[in-house]
Design a protein around this ligand. Sequence first.
Ligand SMILES: Cc1ncc(COP(=O)(O)O)c(C=O)c1O
Length: 413
Amino acid sequence: MTPAAPPDADADADDLRRPVAPPEAFALDPAIVHLNHGSFGACPRAALDAQAAWRARLEAATMRFFVVDWPDALATARAAVAAFLRADPAGLVFVPNATTGVDTALEALVEPGADILTTDHGYAACRHALDRLAAARGARVVVAHLPFPTRDAHAHVDAIAAACTPATRVALLDHVTSPTALVLDALAVTRALAPRGVHVVVDAAHAPGQLDVDVAALAAAGVAAWTGNLHKWACAPKGAAALWVRDDLRARVAPLVTSHGFGAPAATRYHAAHDWTGTHDPTPYLTAPTAIDTIAALGGGWPAVRARGHRLACAMRDVVCDALGVAPPAPDAMIGMMAAIPVALPADLPPRTLERRLLDAGWEVAIAAPAPHPVPGTPSVRVCAHLYNHLGQAEALARQLRALGVRGAPPPA
Ligand SMILES: Cc1ncc(COP(=O)(O)O)c(C=O)c1O
């Protein structure tokens, strides 16, 4: 075997200085600096065109489309998405977003009087779902504290396992946390909790595209359910996500809306019930494979897209951290294609005001706020790195933040 050539550091740095694909390839306004791919994604024009073609076909002959064409088209899209996620298509259904996926799984799995385990880095909307179900069913939400900043890429696994009580029946775990942009070890957490009789629900809203997702590995570890957005990092049109449920739980995990599919024979009911929840626009699902293929073609394959996104996210974080006078808050091993920097804000610039001020100046940047979310305690600036991003954007953002009086958050006492 010939040894691999040493990596060319200069070429690598150059590669971060220019976008792989211009914002116009994504229908993004080039006058705006787009540093928040994480919240709502961005869809390549080629996928939007493919979606328009599906819509035209649907609108031209609605009955033919839904009665004859759609079931096979959906099965084809399901198979392609399942392959991308390394998931068994038998367990995979489309849902409009990860929020629906999380709610669907929790609705079925939260047991009266039991403990529900989650972390203090969870997504606020899903935390509302936990709190609502806990109140309705007399269950208790137990929150594992995950330190942030952190120097240890594995401490969170022990912290979550330590917070598991004998009464814990469900755990909701974010694979990539939203306010702190940390990649958690979903596999290790599942391996720790599933043998204790806990139904682990992985909220992988940010994982497809950003991480090399392996639902089969999580399934082998005993995960109960997994959901992830296709409209974030995989760049599908808005309204496309996947939900995968373990074999023995499929009869139990019903869609939140009951429709015709419930009349299907037991053997086909899981797909039938989730596939049809009343008339809706299925074109985001049907277009997801085109989006996945388009990003791969633009970026030289998904491994290359992820590798550059990771290097760029770390480099962007370092640039902003340097400018604001704060150390990178987490090891690179916990970074995917986005990174959060804890900040101290001027008294007259609370997080929502800063976010709005940046928006008005043409910057799309997520500012994570600690409230109403109880923890993590400091706000953070989150930067995202997809194909249309480059390092100069982070340098300009750092200058903009400094000009607004934003500084790095002092380390916790
Ligand atoms: C961890 C997590 N879960 C769920 C969601 C919700 O995604 P959606 O609004 O597409 O349902 C998000 C969105 O950013 C998220 O970060």
